[in-house]
Structure formats: structure tokens, C-alpha cells
Ligand binder design. Structure first.
Ligand SMILES: Cc1ncc(C[n+]2csc(CCOP(=O)(O)OP(=O)(O)O)c2C)c(N)n1
Ligand SMILES: [Mg+2]
Length: 359
């Protein structure tokens, strides 16, 4: 479970609390730290990709960082989160360190998946992170199962996962919400409506104005949130988590945002109209939050610069470690195929056959 939950900072409240979200000044700055870290790690990964050092695809969350950070920050330590490919920020909030991303994406020795995988299948249940298994809604039924298991084990946990606008057209999404609703499972599903599913616009696949309206088919609560406002996302998620924890069943939230890069690094998003890009550039979630912190006197320019510098030095240090790491030993690819190695199995006492024991 995450060790880096930042709820335990000073109890002193500030005038800059957004709505009902009782966040302290330290927590408000903490959100800024994670937003900046999210963006900087992804910028470094993008540079590494261009140098040919990242293996496989790379999917940026630029423009969507407020969704990952705000939602993950609203969880309690016992809650379980299943990130999607654009939720690196959620993983940072849950305690994954930048060095782990660099090692993982470069497939170096010492990476969380031991050099055998990149952005997909990276998680860790011990930290309350269920790894992604596919891009398109498959985590909704999986997380319904996690919510059910949590209830059966009386863990008082809420399960949270994400999916894209495009993924709300898949069967897995509907099947998952269907079972979660009738069983009133503590599940929060966040739609990241970033207006595009690869090169398919939302309008090309749904007549709805709000994808959150899909919740009506299941009789569950829904909400539409400004996905570029980290405090709006935090508050909406905190409310949804509370409802789910109280046994009201699943909640569907739609966070409206924009994918500010291509589907993945190799895609230049030529199909996105220029005016749409310009419209959203002015709504950059980090710039918006920066302005909020300064205007509400939660922070001075110098405070934010100090956090930026801290993020940069953390990343430089972690990147140096990852770059210096070797590739995995070739023979390590056959390890972990079985639950335990041959020598360990030989050490284990072999249980006597039943008949022999009876004698
Ligand atoms: C069955 C299937 N079809 C197509 C793909 C390729 N693919 C992966 S993600 C994606 C688009 C997803 O769009 P959306 O759900 O809006 O999420 P976003 O990428 O915008 O975050 C596509 C077409 C796939 N992985 N699986
Ligand atoms: Mg999308």
C-alpha cells in the first residue's frame, strides 16, 4: 500500500480550500508537486523515446495530468487503483518513483517487470496498483472483482479505475458496470474524455453530450467534471469514493479534457484541428493550478520554483541511475516461470501419501 499519501501533513487549513475539499496548504502544494513531476517524467520519457532508448509504445498524458493526480490523491491507503496507460501521475501519487518508470520503460535490469515489459502490465498489488491489461475498458470488470473481493474480506476498500472516451463503447465497460451496479460494489470509474480515441473523435462514436449519461443505463450516480482542474477532480473523486464506501454502489465520473499529444509518441495527431489544439493549450491544467495557487496566495512564485527545482533534481538523479543500469542478464528470461525454483522445491518436505500417514 502507498507510503506516500500526503494527508498527514499539517492540520492548519488555508483560505484557499476549494469548495468542500479540506486540503491544507501542504497538501495543495503536494498536488502541484505531483502535477509537475508527472509532466517532467513524461517529457524525459519522450526524449528517451526519440533517442531510441524506450522500448515499445509511449502514451503521454500531457494535458490530462490533473485527472491522474487529483483522483489518486482522493483515495485512502487501503483503496485499490488500476491505472491506464495515461495514468503515470496516479502511480506517482501512490508511491511509484521516477526511477522505476525510467528503468521499466527502458527495460533495464532492476525494473519492476525485470525488463520484460514496458508501460503495460506495470503495477504492484502490494502498493494497491492493479496493472493495466488492455487499453479498452477491460479493467472495469476486473476492478468490479477487486471491489467484490474487498467486500468479502471486509477491507472497507474502494476500487478505482480509468478508461477513455473510446473505451466506453466497448462491451467490457458495460458488462463491468452492469455487475457492479446490481451488486452495489464500491467501484469508481473515471472516464477520461480527451475528445479522441486514436484518430476517432467522440462525435464519431456517440450522440451523447456527456458520456457520464451512460450511467443511467445502470441506475448509478454520475458526475461531469472539469478534467483540467485538479481540485475539481479531487473533490468529485473524494465524493464518489465516499458514496461507494458507504455501500451506495458504483459511481461513474466523466472528466472532460484534451489529449495534448498524439495517441502515442509515433502519432503526430495530424487529424486534430489546429483551433482545437489552441483552445486547449490555454487550458493547460498545470498553468491553471499555478495561477490558482498564486492568486489565492497559497504560494509565491518562489515556492513553486522551489518545487520545480526539487522535481528536476529528483528526475535527473533517477534518470542517471536508470541510464547506468545494465540490460537484464539474458538467462533471467527463463526465471519466474514456475512459482519456485527447482532447488527450493527439493528443499520442501514432500507430504506423505494419505494411506501411509494413516498407518
Ligand atoms: C480491441 C482493440 N482495438 C484497438 C486497439 C488499439 N487502441 C488502443 S487504445 C485505442 C484508443 C483508445 O481511445 P480512448 O479509449 O479514448 O483512450 P485514450 O487513448 O484517448 O486515452 C485504440 C484504438 C486495442 N488496443 N484493442
Ligand atoms: Mg480518448
Amino acid at each position: 500500500m502507498p507510503k506516500t499519501r500526503r494527508r498527514r501533513t499539517t492540520k492548519k487549513k488555508t483560505a484557499a480550500q476549494a469548495g468542500g475539499a479540506a486540503l491544507t496548504r501542504a497538501q495543495l502544494l503536494d498536488l502541484y508537486y505531483y502535477l509537475r513531476l508527472n509532466r517532467l517524467v513524461e517529457e524525459r520519457l519522450s526524449a528517451l523515446y526519440r533517442q531510441g532508448k524506450v522500448q515499445g509504445g509511449l502514451y503521454s498524458s500531457r494535458g490530462q495530468e490533473a485527472i491522474s493526480v487529483g483522483s489518486a490523491y482522493a483515495l485512502a491507503p487501503q483503496d485499490v487503483l488500476a491505472p491506464m496507460i495515461r495514468n503515470l501521475g496516479s502511480m506517482l501519487v501512490r508511491g511509484v518513483k521516477p526511477v522505476e518508470f525510467f528503468l521499466q520503460y527502458m527495460q533495464q535490469e532492476g525494473s519492476p517487470c525485470k525488463g520484460r515489459d514496458t508501460s503495460l502490465h506495470f503495477g504492484g498489488i502490494e502498493r494497491g496498483l492493479v496493472p493495466p491489461i488492455s487499453h479498452l475498458g477491460t479493467l472495469v470488470p476486473v476492478m468490479a472483482g477487486v471491489a467484490l473481493a474487498g467486500r468479502m474480506q471486509a477491507k472497507n476498500l474502494v476500487a478505482l479505475t480509468y478508461l477513455g472516451d473510446g473505451a466506453t463503447s466497448t462491451g467490457d465497460f458495460h458488462e463491468g458496470l452492469g455487475i457492479a451496479s446490481v451488486m452495489r460494489l464500491p467501484l469508481v470509474v473515471l472516464i477520461e474524455n480527451n475528445r479522441w480515441a486514436y484518430s476517432t473523435s467522440v462525435a464519431a462514436q456517440s450522440l451523447l453530450t456527456d458520456l457520464a449519461d451512460k450511467a443511467r443505463a445502470y441506475g448509478i450516480p454520475q458526475g461531469v467534471v472539469d478534467g483540467n482542474g485538479v481540485l475539481a477532480v479531487y473533490e468529485a473523486t473524494a465524493r464518489a469514493v465516499e458514496l461507494a464506501r458507504r455501500g451506495q454502489g458504483p459511481v461513474l465520473l466523466e472528466c472532460k479534457t484534451m489529449r495534448m499529444r498524439g495517441h502515442s509518441e509515433h502519432d503526430d495527431a495530424w487529424y486534430v484541428p489546429e483551433e482545437e489544439k489552441h483552445f486547449w493549450e490555454k487550458r493547460d491544467p498545470i498553468r491553471l493550478y499555478e495561477k490558482h495557487l498564486l492568486r489565492s496566495a497559497v504560494a509565491q512564485e518562489a515556492d513553486l520554483k522551489e518545487i520545480d527545482a526539487r522535481c528536476l533534481s529528483e528526475i535527473e538523479k533517477d534518470l542517471a541511475v536508470a541510464e547506468a543500469a545494465p540490460f537484464p542478464r539474458p538467462e533471467s528470461c527463463v526465471e519466474d516461470v514456475y512459482a519456485s525454483s527447482r532447488s527450493e522445491q527439493e528443499d520442501e518436505p514432500v507430504p506423505a501419501p494419505r494411506a501411509a500417514r494413516r498407518r
